[in-house]
Design a binder for this molecule. Structure first.
Ligand SMILES: NC(=O)C1=CN([C@@H]2O[C@H](COP(=O)(O)OP(=O)(O)OC[C@H]3O[C@@H](n4cnc5c(N)ncnc54)[C@H](O)[C@@H]3O)[C@@H](O)[C@H]2O)C=CC1
Ligand SMILES: O=C(O)[C@@H]1CCC=N1
Length: 272
């Protein structure tokens, strides 16, 4: 982004606000270059004091934007698109949608405008700059894809995927945060049962999970390779692992991810 460009985030809730904070923290733009809209504008008061433009006026935010981020819930989207349609300048603006289950084609069809759209699927670790964000488009130019990528690179790791895989990315990465959190919570409950205070057990489980993830990311190794290093012959790790597998641990995760992906493809009701 250059210092003259403006980005408007329509629907500044969890994801929209985290993105705004990440962009400013990374130095890619100043708060004065960002407009935040929300129906309950009072909830954005703190952002106004930091220099962001805050309002409940989507039309005004769209008029001054080079980049528009759509960050409302799927069921809130059509109303928003109908509202902003007259203010859009398709040849000059890039639309980025973080909305689950809504394709670029769905958005263009509802708008009835040939606007450039890039989809981005971040997760809530965006709040601390550790999102896994998947980017896809069906008509965005390389310039616009790179622009979207550079925005989300400020709040984590970004990869470009085919648009058909966006619902799968939603399940694996966006919903995935909850799946891993639940695993850590379960481990901490096990830890409490075997003698640790709950707060210690949670910290120990979370740091252990972080170590496991970093082993894969930093060493580019495979989970089973790292598991083999832990499982001593006739030892306690393999006993615990096998017991978990007898109860369907891997299967439960795989089935949950499959169902989430199915549901993600079903979130948007075109007539809503
Ligand atoms: N929460 C998550 O982990 C992820 C969410 N997403 C997607 O991002 C989108 C936003 O999710 P969240 O931030 O979690 O939801 P949220 O509910 O926290 O934020 C949505 C915001 O949009 C506002 N809004 C609704 N209609 C509006 C309108 N017409 N004009 C202005 N503001 C309006 C709401 O007041 C709310 O503050 C959803 O479509 C979701 O599918 C994508 C990846 C991860
Ligand atoms: O649960 C949901 O529908 C949203 C989309 C991805 C994460 N949260």
């Amino acid at each position: 982004m250059n210092s003259q460009q403006h980005i408007s985030i329509l629907g500044s809730g969890n994801i929209g606000l985290s993105l705004a904070k990440g962009l400013v923290k990374s130095g890619i733009c100043k708060p004065q270059q960002i407009s935040l809209t929300r129906r309950n504008v009072a909830a954005l008061a703190e952002y106004a004091t930091l220099g962001y433009h805050v309002s409940d006026n989507n039309i005004r935010a769209v008029r001054k934007a080079d980049i528009i981020v759509l960050a409302v819930l799927p069921q809130q989207l059509n109303k928003l698109l109908d509202e902003i349609r007259p203010a859009l300048k398709p040849e000059k603006q890039l639309l980025i949608s973080v909305i689950s289950g809504v394709s670029c084609g769905d958005i263009r069809q509802q708008l009835d405008l040939n606007v450039q759209i890039v989809r981005a699927m971040p997760n809530t670790a965006i709040a601390i700059g550790h999102s896994m964000t998947c980017i896809a488009t069906d008509n965005g130019t390389n310039k616009n894809i790179n622009m979207a990528k550079s925005l989300f690179d400020t709040v984590g790791v970004t990869i470009q995927i085919n648009e058909e895989l966006m619902t799968s990315a939603t399940a694996l990465c966006a919903c995935g945060i909850a799946f891993f959190l639940r695993s850590i919570r379960a481990a901490s409950q096990g830890g409490t049962e075997i003698g640790f205070h709950a707060h210690d057990a949670l910290k120990m489980a979370a740091q252990t999970a972080k170590g496991a993830a970093d082993l894969l990311l930093q060493l580019s190794s495979h989970p089973e390779q790292e598991i083999d290093k832990v499982t001593s012959p006739s030892g306690c790790t393999i006993a615990g692992l096998n017991e978990m597998e007898h109860h369907g641990f891997s299967s439960a995760m795989i089935k949950g991810i499959r169902l989430s992906a199915e549901k993600a493809g079903d979130l948007y009701k075109k007539d809503s």
